[in-house]
Write a protein that binds this ligand. Structure first.
Ligand SMILES: Cc1cc2nc3c(=O)[nH]c(=O)nc-3n(C[C@H](O)[C@H](O)[C@H](O)COP(=O)(O)OP(=O)(O)OC[C@H]3O[C@@H](n4cnc5c(N)ncnc54)[C@H](O)[C@@H]3O)c2cc1C
Length: 409
């Protein structure tokens, strides 16, 4: 029977593993953390799954999450400029945010229950290369350090060599819900952005506050000042930043109840350098490694595309495996071609949004959406469709064309 090895039990590796079990293949996922360690660990992200991803989850039989209340259909926007600053966009079908410390352990359990093998090992590059002698195909879905460096950067699609935003995300209580429920996107140049994400976690409904701070700007202190050093001072600083830069979020805060759900475990401070890497690499033994998920494409989280792209990519890989078990260069190129248009659109879109100083067309688009509901809805729905999004905002001419098409001017 064809045997597939997958390195990493994040959303990319687990989705691929579940797809391949549906094809009855022999699948082993190698990962360095048990489900219990993931569940007990610190937050790693605050991931919104768009409806396109939820559709894939239904195909995989992991679309139902009884006992959770995590869906939303709106994006509430606040622009930190202009006379009229607020607008909202609506999705055609709801999106959903579940704490990955709940989501991933359930997928690990499903994978094993469906006959997949989960091996807990912290693999080196040499060990990953050796796996190609044991399996017909090895897919790498972890990109930390030297493992990521296996796959060369695609310079033409990787314009940045350092993070364009510093990140600080915490799961907070004491933030009132928007009605109808939605993600709030507050854009405050030159500080950066704040995303408020209504989500389901261990204590039920909480809100992730994801501060996306421009390096050198007034908000980056939320990433630089370590929460653990003085939790109360950090909480006060967070309130100060909300008050100063994000008034529509500040008005939702009940200060007497404003606290992290579970202290230091519920906060993450860091940054990502966006990169698109080659799809595959040929090893000296003549076998290939295929890249999947963040190791292949890392994007800043400001437009919620990393995991949604990873689940799309896992489905493409599974579809190609369904039709072809010869894992040669032709196979690798087939995977690369089929996923290229969407992944490149996604990375280009997010890289435009995080440009410093802002790309000319972005403030124009956000200003227009205040009064143009059709455009706001299109921008929102396009979180499912990166190709349509880059068509909309890829250049000043494209934004002008989208405005003309929606206003009839
Ligand atoms: C703050 C934040 C918010 C985000 N919000 C969104 C969002 O709203 N929507 C969205 O789509 N994306 C979002 N993302 C991005 C998303 O989190 C990632 O794209 C996604 O989780 C990547 O999944 P992955 O499976 O590729 O990698 P990972 O989740 O990094 O999985 C890697 C796996 O490999 C294992 N591993 C690591 N090293 C080894 C080793 N040496 N040997 C064996 N196993 C190893 C790890 O334990 C893990 O299981 C966000 C990211 C951040 C940081």
């Amino acid at each position: 029977m064809t045997s597939i090895g997958i390195v990493g039990a994040g959303v990319a590796g687990l989705h691929l593993g579940l797809h391949l079990r549906q094809q009855d293949l022999d699948v082993t996922i190698y990962t360095n953390r048990t489900a219990e360690q993931v569940a007990d660990g610190r937050i790693m992200n605050s991931v919104a799954h768009m409806s396109a991803t939820i559709d894939i989850e239904h195909e995989l039989g992991i679309g139902e999450w009884p006992g959770t209340d995590a869906e939303y259909s709106y994006h509430y926007h606040y622009n930190g400029w202009g006379d009229d600053r607020r607008f909202k966009g609506v999705f055609e079908k709801p999106a959903r945010i579940i704490d990955y410390r709940i989501y991933l352990p359930r997928l690990m359990a499903e994978f094993e229950a469906r006959g997949g093998r989960l091996e807990i090992r912290d693999l080196s590059v040499a060990e990953i290369e050796a796996l190609t002698e044991q399996h017909d195909l090895v897919v790498v879905s972890t990109g930390k350090g030297e493992i990521g460096a296996l796959f060369p950067r695609r310079e033409g699609k990787s314009p940045y060599t350092s993070p364009q935003r510093k990140l600080a995300v915490g799961f907070w209580k004491g933030v009132a819900e928007r009605d109808p429920r939605g993600v709030e996107i507050s854009v405050a140049p030159p500080a950066g952005e704040l995303l408020v994400l209504p989500m389901w976690s261990f204590s039920g409904k909480v809100n992730a506050l994801l501060f996306e701070s421009v390096p050198g700007g007034p908000q980056e202190v939320l990433t630089d000042r370590r929460y653990e050093e003085d939790p109360e001072a950090y909480r006060a600083l967070t309130l100060e930043m909300l008050k100063e830069f994000h008034p529509t979020v500040y008005e939702r805060i009940d200060e007497s109840a404003f606290e992290l759900q579970n202290g230091a475990k519920d906060i993450l401070q860091g940054a990502v350098t966006p990169v698109l890497r080659e799809d595959y690499v040929l090893l000296p033994n003549g076998r290939y490694l295929l890249a999947l998920g963040d190791v292949h494409m890392t994007v800043d989280p400001v437009q919620a595309q990393g995991a949604n792209s990873a689940t799309y990519s896992a489905k493409v890989v599974a579809d190609v495996i369904r039709e072809d078990h010869v894992f040669d260069e032709r196979f690798m190129r087939k995977v690369a071609r089929r996923r290229a248009e969407r992944l490149e659109a996604s990375t280009d879109w997010v890289n435009i949004i995080i440009q410093n100083p802002p790309a000319e067309q972005i403030p124009l688009l956000f200003t227009e959406m205040v009064h143009n509901q059709e455009l706001a809805n299109r921008f929102t729905e396009n979180f499912n469709y990166p190709i349509r999004q880059i068509d909309l905002l890829g250049s000043p001419e494209r934004v002008a064309a989208a405005i003309a098409a929606t206003t009839g001017e």
